[in-house]
Write a protein that binds this ligand. Structure first.
Ligand SMILES: [Zn+2]
Length: 159
């Protein structure tokens, strides 16, 4: 994305205009007649960072990491080299999330397992231990929780 102040290419323009020209992103948009809702980032970058959910999932550390990666990208862009988009930034955020969910699981599992093994329904376990039913099903799939035995009630037609 081209900076209308200096004509250079930047991936995350909002970062650049503030740092290099001391212009707030909204002022930059007003000055250059850019709609206020329009993001000051490359389409390439936005597609790369796939979903908004992922961007939201970034921790403060993750955001700092992306910023560092983008700075490198922008330096590469200045030298005319092919830019390497922050590949590991997204991974970084996945790793963070995995760590977070692992510690959540470790906290919840011991108490929950007792009720689970006593045959409490998924819904009741979910409500009592404040773990989403989807998460519980995932833990079963991943082998952290034993599979529930299905109970088939067969109507006795012989009687
Ligand atoms: Zn500029």
């Amino acid at each position: 994305m081209e900076c209308k102040e200096c004509g250079k290419q930047y991936i995350l323009l909002s970062n650049h205009v503030l740092k290099a020209h001391g212009i707030k992103p909204d002022d930059y948009r007003r000055k250059h007649n850019i709609p206020l809702m329009q993001p000051l980032a490359d389409d390439e970058l936005r597609n790369h960072l796939s979903s908004k959910a992922q961007i939201r999932a970034l921790t403060t550390e993750g955001v700092a990491h992306i910023r560092r990666m983008l700075a490198t990208c922008d330096r590469q862009a200045q030298t005319g080299k092919k830019r390497d988009l922050p590949e590991c930034s997204v991974e970084h955020c996945h790793v963070k999330n995995e760590k977070k969910s692992a510690s959540f699981r470790e906290r919840k599992l011991p108490a929950l397992l007792v009720d689970w093994n006593n045959g409490m329904s998924i819904r009741d376990v979910s409500l009592k231990h404040l773990v989403a039913e989807v998460t519980l099903r995932k833990w079963v799939q991943e082998g952290y929780l034993p599979k529930r035995k299905r109970v088939y009630v067969v109507a006795d037609s012989a009687s």
